[in-house]
Ligand binder design. Structure first.
Ligand code: VG1
Ligand code: CO
Length: 558
């Protein structure tokens, strides 16, 4: 077959957000909209594109297969020599990251809108990952965006048709060049890697029980997302679980109507099931498999900030870290600082980066970072360059197998040793972009005006004095690149914080995120909601959030 050149016109708004370009399906299906963006991804790589290999896969949502087909046709026309494609277009985000690294490819294209709902009326997304397996840097996504604003043509091989439903290698002659599509088993590489990282027999012994100890009953929820086949292979086939230990393990194009975001709101039915059943452990993952929620018996909830800290303090029981050691720890800025205390206790470097996994990659590539996390249910290590939901669940099971403790006991012991960082996040989804932008700029002006630092704020009988207020900016310690305006933060004298950000992953309107955290040296027990109530009302007051959003209540509280 031969390539042809098609004339096209730029579309507005093809600017990747926190994690790729995310829009409604109806936006992506506009004539040449998707083709334009794919061509720009390839063009940004043009110096190394000819003869290269790329990985392609997605979370199984509506439109993934059609877009894989377009990527095949457009890549062939642009001189890519090989695509490694997950069977049926399925690959979890962490699996793509691993496969890029394992086969040393130029990069990969991930088709997902992560935790956003899927289906014909819902969201789709395209993300480019680089040769280190991680999401492209801001510089690269800015360059892609710039290309989308002036694109005039794209190249395609319209009559190149390649089936992706069977594991196979297809070769084609395109413009006198050879072009190969290798359709791979979506789970094989990833699962064998997990078996290197973790001690599977030890986890299996925990789950199956021994003569001295009864079986440890898990409930693993794939939320109809991409992790289904991975959960099936790992938990059912490798770790000896039965059907009653897994749920929603078939990827569906619309996630069965679920909002595949593993938190207490959108995974409420898992929480119920763990509460009602005789379960010792519950875990859920998001649509593309990079997020995780961890629950203990009676649905005891582990906040992601605490999860990161507990893992950080116990990594040596995992073979991967026993072999390679632990170099440094990191969290995103809005994430509560529990892990900071572990870093201090263990004399490990601690990094605080902006929201979004791409900021961890440089540190990992430089050998300075081993474990990191975000409050948004993201946890991961330098085994790949994405956060990794299944990895987090296996890491927790490793700790539990090693310690013989319950999830709750792990947390209580941790709080006893380190104190407790209470954390909560309020999300106001789908607000008017204009008034949210205005709220943020008015707030920034208030926060940075003279007299704000030092001012006292009180609510619920508590008083907080402002120590620092700024718009967070980050200088990458490795390449000195600067990320500005990454969130408004107010830090009080006792270390408590309020952070405001606008989400960069939504597909319409604006989502305001308000993060609040505070530290208690002696854990008083009790719910985050009670401990943080006063700070929340201060946050809502200072920002005049109700006035700007018109909302009395947040859409989601974590
Ligand atoms: C959100 C989270 C952020 C996460 C990002 C991608 O971004 O807050 O921590 O890295 O989603 O996660 P934002 O800009 O909406 O706050 V995923 O699972 O969508 O790849
Ligand atoms: Co995700």
């Amino acid at each position: 077959s031969n390539s042809v050149t098609v004339d096209t016109k730029p579309y507005e708004g093809q600017k990747p957000g926190t994690s790729g370009l995310r829009k409604k399906v109806k936006v992506f299906v506009q004539e040449n909209y998707t083709e334009n963006f794919i061509q720009c991804i390839l063009d940004v790589n043009k110096t190394s594109l000819i003869g290269s290999t790329l990985v392609v896969g997605g979370d199984g949502r509506y439109l993934v297969k059609e877009v894989v087909d377009k990527i095949i046709k457009i890549s062939a026309a642009n001189g890519v020599s090989k695509l490694i494609v997950g069977q049926n277009g399925i690959l979890s985000t962490p699996a793509v990251s691993y496969i890029i690294r394992k086969y040393k490819t130029l990069g990969g294209i991930v088709l997902t809108a992560s935790h956003n709902p899927g289906g014909v009326d819902e969201d789709f997304g395209i993300k480019f990952n680089c040769s280190n397996g991680g999401p492209a840097s801001d510089a690269t996504t800015d360059a892609i965006y710039k290309l989308t604003t002036s694109i005039k043509q794209y190249k395609i091989v319209p009559d190149l048709n390649c089936a992706i439903d069977k594991i196979d290698v297809h070769t084609f002659q395109v413009d006198q060049r050879q072009f190969t599509v290798e359709v791979i088993d979506a789970v094989e590489d990833y699962v064998s890697y997990m078996k290197e990282i973790f001690d599977f027999p030890k986890i299996k012994a925990l789950i199956q029980g021994t003569e001295q100890r009864k079986p440890f009953n898990v409930l693993i929820d794939a939320m109809n997302g991409v992790t289904g086949p991975y959960v099936k292979r790992i938990f059912l086939e490798e770790l000896g679980c039965s059907e009653k230990n897994v749920r929603r393990i078939v990827p569906l194009e619309d996630f069965g109507g679920a909002h595949p975001d593993p938190n207490l709101t959108y995974a409420a039915d898992l929480v119920e099931a763990v509460k009602e059943g005789d379960y010792d452990f519950g875990a859920a993952f998001d649509g593309d498999g990079d997020r995780n929620m961890i629950l203990g018996r009676d649905a005891f909830f582990v906040t992601p900030s605490d999860s990161l800290a507990v893992l950080a303090d116990n990594l040596e029981c995992i073979p991967y870290f026993a072999r390679g050691g632990v170099r440094g720890l990191a969290r995103s800025m809005p994430t509560a600082a529990a892990v900071d205390r572990v870093a201090a206790a263990r004399a490990l470097p601690l990094f605080e980066v902006p929201t979004g996994w791409k900021y961890f990659g440089n540190l990992m590539d430089a050998g300075q970072l081993s474990l990191c996390g975000e409050e948004s249910f993201g946890t991961g290590s330098d085994h790949v360059r994405e956060k990794d939901g299944l990895w987090a669940a296996l890491a927790w099971l490793s700790l539990l197998a090693h310690s013989g403790r319950s999830v709750q006991e792990m947390l209580q012991a941790h709080w006893k040793q380190f104190g407790r960082n209470y954390f909560t996040r309020y999300d106001y989804e789908n607000c008017s972009s204009e008034s949210c932008e205005e709220m943020m700029s008015v707030l920034e002006r208030t926060m940075t005006s003279p007299g704000f630092v030092g001012s006292a704020h009180s609510a619920g009988g508590k008083e907080y004095v402002v120590k620092l207020a700024d718009n967070f900016s980050y200088v990458d310690p490795i390449d000195q690149s600067v990320a500005k305006r990454q969130g408004l933060r107010i830090i009080f004298e006792d270390g408590s914080r309020i952070v405001f950000r606008l989400s960069g992953t939504g597909s319409s309107g604006a989502t305001v995120r308000v993060y609040v955290d505070s530290y208690e040296a002696v854990s008083v027990g009790g719910a985050a909601a009670d401990a943080l109530g006063p700070l929340v009302s201060i946050a809502l007051d200072i920002s005049r959030l109700k006035q700007y959003t018109g909302r009395d209540e947040p859409t989601v509280i974590t």
